[in-house]
Design a protein around this ligand. Structure first.
Ligand code: ADP
Ligand code: MG
Length: 346
């Protein structure tokens, strides 16, 4: 399928953007360049300022200080309806009394596009989100995943150069979410539109994004590709919010160590550049991996994930075991942000 109008993404730049509500700082001096055509994800716990940042970009919230540039030009004086962003937000639902087709046509109608163009564009969008036969249905006749795809088609129908998505898949069950994630990625690759995506789901961020911004308390803690952030987290917060991490403290430094980068073996048999010996407190079967919680004197509990297929029957509780890892596996991190990401929102 060839799209009659293939928008090319445009870049977005945040310059020291701050948002205060009274004494409360929701967004705290964020400076960030989103590249044209990039899939950029804002990842952070609830209350970290993700939605507020997106709302300022969309124009629904004022910026307290700083500036936002789109395609190199400040948008501070541009009202929301003139910013021309596509939006898929929670609570930005489909119009229930309109058919799928009418929903998708709506942004084109308010822009007074000719009828023939609207017709053609709606057909293209329905194909893009794989809902070709659903034009005449109403939202209540669709599953949650189908409704989200219609919302996406509606947001893209007028060929925006930037698409803003705020936890668009939050209401979907796990399997459906994975399907729609795949489709979103394909659509992004096909269109070249700039996507700015908000989630608190680390797996979603890892699998979909070109780059991720880890947010905490209104600040951008670290920005990088999924591989960079997972392999080289800069802070204890980044290491524990994106994936799991143990923290090993020695020589006045803190090292992050992923559970799957540690090998476990009966005491006295482990080999590796680094080794600690401890007592196996608990084994949990997780399917593909076994989770071992090991008490190590001076280090507390260390979590280890070992492949199940290689380790069945090898471990038992209260056993003394060696934990080994390569020098490369441990990453020096700053504890400067004062906390490790503990419980995540469900
Ligand atoms: P996130 O989307 O990451 O969960 P939000 O951007 O919604 O975070 O919120 C960031 C912080 O700003 C939170 O502490 C929230 O309570 C606060 N906040 C958001 N909107 C308002 C508002 N309209 N008035 C006062 N405080 C707000
Ligand atoms: Mg939010």
């Amino acid at each position: 399928m060839t799209l009659t109008e293939s928008p090319t993404g445009i870049g977005v730049a945040f310059h020291s953007v701050t948002k205060r509500y009274g004494k409360m700082t929701a967004v705290d001096g964020i400076t960030l360049d989103v590249k044209a055509g990039e899939f950029l994800t804002l990842l952070g716990p609830s209350g970290s300022g993700k939605t507020t940042l997106l709302m300022m970009l969309a124009g629904f919230q004022d910026v307290t200080s700083g500036d936002i540039l789109v395609g190199g030009a400040s948008i501070s004086g541009t009202p929301p309806e003139k910013r021309n962003f596509g939006m898929v937000f929670q609570g930005y639902a489909l119009f229930p009394h309109m058919s799928v087709k009418k929903n998708i046509a709506y942004p084109l109608e308010i822009r007074r596009k000719p009828a023939a163009e609207i017709e053609r564009r709606v057909t293209e969008m329905l194909e893009l989100v794989q809902l070709g036969g659903f034009a005449e249905r109403f939202p209540h006749q669709l599953s949650g995943g189908q409704q989200q795809r219609v919302a996406l088609a509606r947001a893209l129908s007028f060929a925006p150069r930037v698409l803003l998505l705020d936890e668009p898949l939050g209401a979907l069950d796990r399997k459906l979410r994975a399907d729609v994630q795949e489709q979103l990625k394909e659509i992004h690759q096909r269109l070249g539109t700039t996507f700015i995506y908000v989630t608190h789901d680390q797996e979603e961020a890892l699998t979909m994004s070109d780059r991720i911004v880890i947010m905490n308390r209104g600040k951008a803690v670290q920005v990088g590709s999924p591989v960079e952030l997972y392999e080289r987290p800069a802070t204890t917060f980044a290491a524990s919010f994106l994936g799991k991490s143990n923290f090993i403290r020695k020589d006045g430094r803190t090292y992050a160590l992923r559970p799957e980068k540690i090998d476990a073996a009966p005491a006295g048999t482990g080999t590796g550049e680094h080794r600690l010996t401890g007592t196996l407190r608990a084994i949990t079967y997780m399917g593909a991996t076994l989770k071992l919680m090991v008490d190590v004197p001076g280090h507390g509990a260390i979590e280890v994930h070992v492949p199940t297929w290689r380790n069945t029957g090898q471990f038992s509780e209260s056993q003394a075991i060696d934990l080994c890892w390569s020098h490369d596996a441990q990453v020096e991190v700053e504890g400067g942000d004062g906390e490790e990401a503990g419980a995540r929102p469900a």
